[in-house]
Design a protein around this ligand. Sequence first.
Ligand code: GTP
Ligand code: MG
Length: 205
Amino acid sequence: MVIHTAKFLLSSPSFDKCPVANKPEYAFIGRSNVGKSSLINMLTGQKNLAKTSSTPGKTQLINHFLIESSNVKKQKQQWYLVDLPGYGYAKRSQTDRRRWEQMIENYLRKRPNLVQVMVLIDSRHTPQKNDLAFVNDLDKWEVPFSLVFTKADKEKPAVVQKNVQLFLDALKATWQFLPQVFITSAEKKTGREELLEFFEQNNLR
Ligand code: GTP
Ligand code: MG
């Protein structure tokens, strides 16, 4: 897939305020500060498309980006990338957290054109409770998702592999099918080709 243009479209406070659901859509979610916005910038090749910050909790709304690309057959495709606010931000109030849960659950369960949710997980850490709880929610809601391990440039490859395996092992305990896994670094552009190819294949369905 070749990306021609990537434009910010809209920030929405709830799923029913999102753009018309007439294009394939991929949403990026994960713990606050895991690298969602950075990954969107890396994939689109635009440094400042999604706002990034070293302070967690930067992204607060449902942010839609309109992507125009072409596939191997040179067919033009239009689709949406969505940057979602992260979970597990300790400084957020109870009320804000509940508002986040409502907004995210509604969006994930009701958005008709959502093809896949990309769940980002920090590859430097062993499985974290809130990440496991979140993917179990997705499974319960029957929302299709993949796992995207981030910041791989910050750890030795062997440690990244081990953390990925531990995460899958934790899921294996109760699941029959395991999700697809991507290993990425926004810094080094690792995983870009694999992710774009994945989007391209799913867009064609
Ligand atoms: P919220 O919107 O606050 O939930 O955060 P986010 O998940 O969008 O994270 P963001 O992309 O803003 O990145 C958080 C911090 O991690 C920033 O300082 C980024 O520069 C850094 N970062 C993100 N991805 C990578 C990566 O692949 N490698 C390295 N070394 N740093 C990264
Ligand atoms: Mg962000």
